[in-house]
Design a protein around this ligand. Sequence first.
Ligand code: B3K
Ligand code: ZN
Length: 893
Amino acid sequence: NSVVRLEDYIPTPYSIDHVSLTVRLDPLETFVTSTLSIAPREGGSEEAALTLDGDDLVFVSARLNGDVLEDSAYSASDEQFILKNPPQEAFTLELVTKLAPQKNTQLMGLYRSNGAYCTQCEAEGFRRITYFYDRPDVLSVYDVRIEAPVEVKYLLANGNLVDSGTMSTPEGYPEDQLWHYACWQDPFPKPSYLFALVAGDLARVEDRFVTRSGRDITLHIYVEHGKEDRVDHAMDSLKRSMKWDEDVFDREYDLDIFMIVAVSDFNMGAMENKGLNVFNDKYVLAKPETATDTDYALIEGVIAHEYFHNWTGNRITCRDWFQLCLKEGLTVFRDQEFSSDMRSRPVKRISDVQQLRARQFPEDSGPLAHQVRPEVYSEINNFYTSTVYEKGAEVCRMLETLLGKEGFKAGLDLYFDRFDGQAVTIEDFIASFEEACSVDLSQFALWYRQAGTPDLVATYSYDAAREQLSLSIEQSCPPTPGQPTKKVMHIPVRFGLVGRDGSPVGFTSVIDANSGQEIGKSDCTVLEIRERQHKFILTGVSKDAIPSLLRGFSAPVHLRTNLTHDDYLCLMGHDTDPFNRWEAAQFILMDHLVQQTRALQAGANTSSHALDDSILEALKACLMDDSLEHAFRAQLLQLPIESDVGREIGHDVDPDAIHRARESLRHALSTALGDSLIDLYKALDDKDTSFRSDASSAGRRALRNGLLDLALARKEEAISDLAVAHYHNATNMTDRFAALASLTRNEMPAANALLDAFHAEFTNDALVIDKWLSLQASAPQEETLQRVKDLLSHPSFSMNNPNRVRSLIGAFAMNNQVQFNRKDGEGFKLVADIIIELDKSNPQTAARLANNFRSWKALEPDRQGQAKKELLRIANTESLSKDVADIANRCLQ
Ligand code: B3K
Ligand code: ZN
């Protein structure tokens, strides 16, 4: 079991300054001729052999400086090319390999999707095309010539198109078959993982963007024929991203053309290849009849994310894959900021925190926990995680909170200036901020090196006589694999005071009680927690007040406080920080759910723990408050999800009890809010049928659909009828699918006929069918298991397409806590069966599915036993991929 360690990093002994590739495309016999300009690196060890990476390659031939190499001068296998005694001055090496893209089911390297050729090289896919130093610190300028029959209409690669035309038919092909070629040049040195090639008979949508310095950029989006009418939103998002990066980060685009290609077979969301982004079509295609508001928002965010990589990732890249968060965390932070500016900042923040809690927190609290910047891996593809991405983004956000907007910008500007064109490390990144802001970030840097979600316990008290509010914050961090003890971290806690009447309360100064120093005046908004037990005193607090802590979720921590139920109600109704209003509601609801679950587990019946009237009043007040955004009110309606409740409980988790507790809370809320839900639902009906995808229209739909869903918790026939009418009257997918989903999840009898009708209407629309699959897989009822099994052989399902697999099996394992975690172990068994089968063709996607076992150790003993049995069965499967073996073994450790 070979592992790669950060501490073992050494540069390559040779540089590859230029790559000239000729790719002659053929489904089964593609020839790749790669001519490398190589030179020994200064200070590199003399006479070291040149060892290039390969993966599953068929070697054809090799030449050194134009001469055929003697057999004894090299060795070539499917996974390596070694030139034994390279010249100690610059030389060229020509390597020819042969590929069968049609047979590439891993979707890494060169493969075919719906008849088109495309590539995916990050992290280590380029070595499946040709032998290379396939690592991010080897930067080369690429010239690419693509050859294919003219039916393969578009021939695309990175950079600018420099030549194209017809050519004579290559030997071995029918003489009447016409061939053509295209030559592309990318002037920016790049690592091999950013290489891309796309070729096929696609449809092209064109537009342009003029940069702020006046350069005219051609924009092309390529999609399957017939999908041209679903590209507008992606194109518009791209132009807004380009403008925003100029306005906010001073980053301008650098090539003459920017291309996006949407393909239907793709392992992840999208890929930022220089000048030629390749996308999962799910993150490009949208029209109101087929895409929901959530899809629109995701497309906007992913288009922005990949575009922003041009600077954070491409112009400045990673020295090695341990530094992945250098580009990913920062780019997620940038796309989150973009979406905040395009939409509502508080609503975006709440949904990002919901994501973080749903995905990163469970990872961080289970056997797969790892650092934002890991130090060892056996399969890098398994580290494209929520920790690297989302927690990585939180670390950037904390830097901004600590340094202020200007300080953060100054640090980033220095980073861009200093490291443009280089492959760098997290240390380089941090040093830019330290230097630009003259601060010491050594303690802060622990965020990259320590895994686990820190726990903060805050205790406050008010001394009326002294007019002082004292606040003590204790931090700890639970052990994670390989890290039994943790150092004290540097944690920004944004805060403010709210009076018991709801009005903001001021103070005159902030004293660090540990040092006795005054650290802030009345404008202080952030407490920097730097000690295990850090105490602060706010002076000049003229009346009793409640501290509103961790405003905007200023750090990715788990916070407990001595605030009372009434304190939280007050924050919920009055905090000036919208995030904390939502958070206060969540806290109260979570507290209720945890207690109710415990009672159920102890044998009580469902309504043992009544909901306090004061919460109902407070929720109702917020819901009816027209000064609050619709989207925000919709978020207030969402109860904590079942997996969050499980994590809050932490051990001996019984997903059935959680589900029952949550359903009974929904029922109680629905009943108590009564007609007001339906009245508001009706009042929000927009008679204007023209669809607008903007944030405020989407917010109105979200609230209306949320109200309908909560009303359905009562399971009354009249409300079911209303939902059915909602389905039929819907003029867009958002409303239509919301009705279908609510009827299905609330187990209303009307759901089945509508599910069939929905399928019949959208049979040929794979992205809509994905919604249909995942909705059925997420339904909590007992029959879901059998239904998922049946769907595996449904004509609309295919194990070869990652989107279908994720929609059916991924949704079942991720969104269906009750059925995946069945006590009889059948849920685990089903998912394990799929993982084992899928691993044979697509290990990367199989490993992703295996991640869903990450919380098994927190389950009650019976379920733990069932999960462990399946994990062992996976781990003991013969010829298991490294990808799946790594996840299964770490889960079992
Ligand atoms: N950088 C790619 C992810 C590649 C994953 C390879 N297993 C997408 C992104 O983060 O933008
Ligand atoms: Zn990214």
